[in-house]
Write a protein that binds this ligand. Structure first.
Ligand SMILES: [Zn+2]
Ligand SMILES: [Zn+2]
Length: 346
């Protein structure tokens, strides 16, 4: 079969590999859609400390079951499925408290296990043990289902930041994650949603799809001023940073309303994790700053449901579909910010 395999930073190959055998505790799927994101570009360029090469990449996975291990029940060939990316252990103190996104023993598809940029993939017992294989509802395409994984992460972020009815929400960063944040905030009853990006082209591309109440270009305007003006001086109830920039996090704190919530949704580069924070803003305005680390199996199920029910449409966010052979082009399109969502169909 054909696979997209990471060998070293800068060395990702599209090559032949033997079809993986199905162990007694495994489910084997024929991958039908595996979407790409900035994480894939990061892995391509820098590798990842959890990846021991060679490793098949791809973590936003949907496909159909072709073989079920002897010890597995509940699945049959032909079942259409979506697979979680982050796999919690289900046993540790955090998992037992229901905090599966911060499981210290977490492993991941495409990192510890071969991922979805391949014609066939093994769903390992670890995924099945935490109920991480989800049936795709009828009428939902594989490509749409593959977006459940990033949406699950977005859902975790908005749960933690308490996005809800009547909130003015600012989303900083207009990539695919930013677009999903805009859509989900609307679905949760946000009053107004403002979208911010430094790159005018990328902002316009996203704004034309998700229609924020205002699109603010950070390289043309003072973003904090703009948000204060749009909110009659109050600031935003929730600010979500979906950009790997410390400056965005600093601005987020400055544009938050009293008792506002700030989600540092996107992480910062490993070598630049420190920001300047006016602690008195947090103190006097009673701000809450939250992080976000991936998603749980439960978030994936809910994300799939939100997409299927039309609460968070994603079909129009998939701007590019490419065959496996063109996966490196897909990474290039993502890296240059020319697309919203790029899906590889092996
Ligand atoms: Zn991703
Ligand atoms: Zn755990």
């Amino acid at each position: 079969m054909r696979v997209v395999r990471f060998h070293a930073p800068g060395d990702v190959r599209i090559e032949d590999a033997p079809e993986p055998p199905t162990g007694p505790g495994d489910v084997k799927i024929r991958v039908r859609a595996c979407s790409t994101c900035g994480t894939d570009v990061k892995i391509l360029n820098f590798g990842h400390h959890h990846i021991v090469p060679p490793r098949v990449m791809g973590h936003e996975i949907a496909g159909e079951v072709v073989e079920v291990g002897a010890d597995v029940s509940g699945w049959a060939p032909g079942d259409r499925v979506q697979v979680i990316a982050a796999i919690p252990c289900g046993q540790c103190a955090e998992c037992r408290r229901g905090r599966m996104t911060v499981c210290p023993n977490q492993v991941s598809m495409g990192y510890h296990f071969d991922g979805g940029f391949a014609q066939y993939m093994i769903v390992p017992p670890n995924v099945l043990a935490v109920d991480g294989l989800n049936r795709i509802p009828d009428g939902l395409s594989f490509a749409e289902a593959s977006v459940a994984e990033p949406l699950a992460c977005v859902l975790n972020g908005q749960n933690l930041a308490g996005v809800g009815e009547g909130d003015d929400v600012v989303v900083m960063g207009s990539g695919p994650i930013g677009c999903l944040h805009v859509r989900l905030a609307r679905a949760r009853g946000a009053a107004r949603v403002f979208l911010v990006d430094l790159n005018r082209e990328r902002l316009d591309l996203a704004a034309n799809l998700v229609h924020p109440d205002a699109a603010i270009c950070g390289s043309e305007t003072d973003v904090v001023d703009a948000v204060l003006k749009l909110t009659e001086g109050r600031g935003a109830d929730v600010v979500i940073t979906a950009a790997a920039a410390g400056a965005a996090q600093e601005q987020a704190v400055q544009m938050a309303a009293r008792q506002g919530r700030i989600s540092f949704f996107g992480g910062l580069p490993k070598d630049k994790p420190v920001i300047a924070l006016d602690s008195n803003l947090v103190h006097y305005r009673e701000l809450t700053i939250v992080g976000a680390n991936g998603s749980s199996p439960q978030h994936n199920k809910e994300a799939l449901r939100l997409i299927a029910e039309g609460a968070v449409p994603v079909a129009d966010l998939i701007t590019h579909r490419l065959p496996l052979q063109d996966a490196l082009d897909a990474f290039g399109i993502v890296a240059r910010g020319e697309a919203i969502k790029v899906t590889v169909e092996p």
